[in-house]
Design a protein around this ligand. Structure first.
Ligand code: NAD
Length: 260
C-alpha cells in the first residue's frame, strides 16, 4: 500500500517505534531508523528489515535532544531515501518523581526529546511534503497527552504539548494532502515502562509479572497491555487513503483508560 513512500521513524531501535517501522516496511515503505543501541544489534535490525521486506532501510543515530542533530537526521533521510513522505515522531524518555523533587535536568531532557524534537523534525520535513503534495505525520503521544498521573510532571507536560503541536500542524496543512495526528497509547510493554513495573513489583513484594498486572489494574480497564503490532497497524491506517480526512486527532489506544 505504501510502496515507494519514504518514512522517518524516530526512536525506532526498540519498542513502539520498531513496531511501527516493521509495519511500514511490510507495506513497502523505505525507512530511516533512528535511536540508540549497540551498533552491531542496530545493524542486524536494519539488515533484517531490509531483507525481510525488500525495502531500503538506513539508520541515523541523531540524538534528538540536540536540534542540530535533528536537522541532520531529516537532511540525511531526504538525501539517502530521496524524500520524506511519512514522519513518525516517536522517540521518548521517562522519569518519575514528585514535582518538588523532580530534577530540573530531567525536565529539560524530557521536554527536548518528547516535545521539541517533533517541532524540529516537522519544520524541516514539511517543505518536502508540501512539494510532493502528500504527507503523513504521526506523533506518538500517550494517554498522558490527555490525562495526568502523579510523578510524571515533565512527561505529562510534554505529551499534552505534542497533542497541541499536532492540532496546529493539522490546521496549517489542511487541504494540502498532508495529515497530522497523535496516537495515545496506554500501558504498552516496552523497555520504557520496565522500571515502573519493577518498582511496583518491589513495592508490593511480588514477581515482575504480578507488578505488571497491578499497573494495568490501576488504570487500564482491559487489563491487557497494548501491543506494538496494534500501534503499527494504526499508523499504517493513518497513512492510508481512508484516513485522508482524519487530521488533528489524538487517538486513544488504551484499553479504556481515558474513558473513565
Ligand atoms: P523504548 O524505550 O522502547 O523506545 C524509545 C526509543 O527512543 C528507543 O529507540 C531509544 O533509543 C529512542 N531514544 C531515546 N532517547 C533518544 C534520543 N535522545 N535521541 C534519539 N533517540 C532516542 O520506549 P517505547 O515505550 O517504545 O516509547 C516510544 C514512545 O511511546 C515514547 O514517546 C513514549 O513516551 C511513548 N509511549 C509509550 C508507552 C508505553 O507504555 N510503553 C505508552 C504511551 C506512550
Amino acid at each position: 500500500m505504501l510502496k515507494g513512500k519514504r518514512a522517518l521513524v524516530t526512536g525506532s531501535t526498540s519498542g513502539i517505534g520498531l513496531g511501527v517501522a516493521r509495519a511500514l516496511a511490510a507495506q513497502g515503505c523505505d525507512l530511516m531508523l533512528n535511536g540508540f543501541g549497540d551498533p552491531a544489534a542496530v545493524e542486524a535490525l536494519r539488515a533484517g528489515l531490509e531483507r525481510e521486506h525488500r525495502v531500503k532501510v538506513r539508520h541515523h543515530g541523531a540524538d534528538l535532544s540536540r536540534p542540530e542533530q535533528v536537522e541532520a537526521l531529516v537532511a540525511a533521510t531526504v538525501d539517502v531515501l530521496g524524500g520524506v513522505d511519512v514522519l513518525v515522531n516517536n522517540a521518548g524518555i521517562q522519569h518519575t518523581a514528585p514535582v518538588e523533587r523532580f530534577p530540573a535536568e530531567r525536565w529539560d531532557a524530557i521536554l527536548a526529546v518528547n516535545l521539541s524534537s517533533a517541532f524540529h523534525t516537522v519544520r524541516h520535513a514539511l517543505p518536502h511534503m508540501r512539494k510532493a503534495g502528500w504527507g503523513r505525520i504521526v506523533n506518538t503521544a500517550s494517554v498522558h497527552g490527555l490525562v495526568g498521573s502523579v510523578q510524571k510532571v515533565a512527561y505529562v507536560a510534554a505529551k499534552h504539548g505534542i497533542v497541541g503541536l499536532t492540532k496546529v500542524v493539522a490546521l496549517e496543512t489542511a487541504g494540502a494532502g498532508i495529515t497530522c495526528n497523535a496516537i495515545c497509547p496506554g500501558w504498552t510493554r516496552t523497555e520504557l515502562i520496565e522500571p515502573q513495573i519493577a518498582a511496583r513489583a518491589r513495592a508490593l513484594g511480588v514477581e515482575l509479572e504480578e507488578g505488571g498486572r497491578a499497573l494495568l489494574a490501576e488504570k487500564q480497564p482491559s487489563r491487557q497491555f497494548v501491543t506494538v503490532g496494534q500501534l503499527g497497524a494504526l499508523v499504517v491506517f493513518l497513512c492510508s487513503e481512508a484516513a485522508a480526512q482524519l487530521t488533528g486527532a489524538a487517538l486513544p489506544v488504551d484499553g479504556g483508560w481515558t474513558a473513565q
